[in-house]
Design a protein around this ligand. Structure first.
Ligand code: ZN
Length: 241
């Protein structure tokens, strides 16, 4: 069993991480902000790479590690169409985080193993979330960005308030969002595989995420995510029993 990343995979990982960080930066800076303050925008990419870029790729490496542990082959493959789609939608303020994923090659992965491989990704995001919350307490980093002023105080739960970014708080919230998004029980997202293995595990995990969200982000967002996840869960139960 070895955990190997070859050159080709490393290139695809690098492109995907830069692309998702760029898309996220555009969502928050908005295209006009990025054009008006190009130097600030470049500098803004740094905290995004450290918090969102790492959240994305360590999530994928979590899948890879557990898949290899179960004797499968696993490789990260970027997805050009998804990557382009992500960058285009970011111009309209929407992040559709799909620049690529880990592909698993094996003919003897059970439903349970697949469920646990899938759970590994969001578990990495929870770990990062805890790390960033701890860093926010012991070593907060604040930086003012002109283009973030438009968010006012509404985004305080995301670590953005009147133009000031609290990098770790933002990172914690973004990793929660990454975990919630991936737990949507719709194929090919992780949630669908966890749900197919044991829906009770899915429910417990989602409750844990929403509980963390209630503490970190405003309860309104938790309610909207809770309702959306519930609708998807009911549909999954009805459609794929
Ligand atoms: Zn995943």
């Amino acid at each position: 069993m070895e955990f190997l990343i070859d050159r080709d995979e490393a290139v695809q990982i690098t492109i995907s991480v830069v692309a998702i960080s760029l898309a996220m930066a555009i969502v928050f800076a908005q295209p006009e902000g990025a054009l008006k303050y190009p130097r600030e925008f470049l500098f803004f990419m740094l905290p995004i790479l450290v918090t969102v870029g790492s959240g994305f790729i360590l999530h994928e490496m979590g899948h890879k590690l557990v898949a290899i542990y179960y004797g499968a082959q696993a490789k990260f493959r970027m997805w050009i169409q998804g990557l382009v789609f992500m960058l285009v939608t970011s111009l309209f303020g929407v992040l559709f985080a799909a620049p690529g994923a880990v592909y698993i090659y094996s003919d003897r992965i059970s439903k349970k193993q697949n469920g646990i491989i899938s759970l590994a990704g969001p578990t990495v995001n929870i770990t990062l979330l805890m790390l960033f919350v701890a860093l926010q307490l012991v070593a907060p980093i604040q930086q003012y960005f002109s283009f973030l002023v438009t968010w006012g105080s509404n985004f305080s739960g995301f670590g953005i308030s009147y133009g000031t970014l609290n990098a770790w708080q933002f990172g914690a919230a973004m990793n929660l969002m990454l975990a919630l998004f991936n737990m949507i029980p719709a194929f090919p997202l992780d949630g669908s595989k966890v749900f197919a293995w044991k829906w009770s595990v899915w429910v417990v995990f989602v409750f844990l995420l929403l509980g963390l969200g209630a503490v970190l982000i405003d309860p309104g967002i938790v309610i909207s995510w809770g309702i959306m996840l519930l609708i998807f869960a009911v549909l999954s139960k009805l459609l794929f029993r």
